[in-house]
Design a protein around this ligand. Structure first.
Ligand code: ZN
Length: 153
């Protein structure tokens, strides 16, 4: 009898290494990971060992803010080529630059009816789980309008 290893079934992976902070088993504690430099003050998305601005190693990992505002956006109206992971049939979706109070802008899908997108929209970071082609749980994320509840539940 084939007995699947229960623990590996529940092992989650981030959509990209070094991009998420916090325990992936507890989605409400997951944040975007950032690297901030104590020498020059630069903060960037993702974990890095050197400052992207001054090149020093005086950096530390931080959890980025969950709230941001929509700085700019576009609407993807055609199915992207390649291994597109979104709904079938394709539905248009927004992609935007989300300005975080940490001092950086993050490119992210925006889970919102495209007609409601506007500059300055208040957004909330929203991690969620999807499965890859091998059935493994992948923690992905988007931003959604704040105070409107989840689109993933
Ligand atoms: Zn620096």
């Amino acid at each position: 009898m084939d007995t699947a290893d229960e623990s590996s079934v529940h092992e989650r992976a981030p959509i990209r290494q070094g991009l998420l902070s916090g325990p992936l088993a507890q989605l409400d504690r997951v944040r975007l990971a950032g690297t901030t430099c104590t020498s020059c003050g630069e903060t960037v998305l993702g974990v890095s060992e050197l400052c992207a601005n001054c090149g020093r190693d005086t950096v530390r990992e931080i959890a980025l803010s969950e709230r941001g505002t929509l700085w700019s956006y576009t609407v993807i109206r055609h199915r992207p080529p390649g291994a597109y992971k979104g709904p079938e049939p394709f539905v248009p979706f927004g992609v935007g630059l989300v300005e975080l109070p940490d001092g950086l802008r993050v490119m992210s899908p925006i889970a919102c009816v495209p007609d409601k997108l506007r500059i300055g929209l208040e957004l909330q970071f929203k991690p969620y789980v999807r499965r890859d082609e091998n059935g493994r749980e992948i923690v992905a994320f988007d931003f959604e309008p704040a105070n409107e509840g989840s689109t993933h539940d």
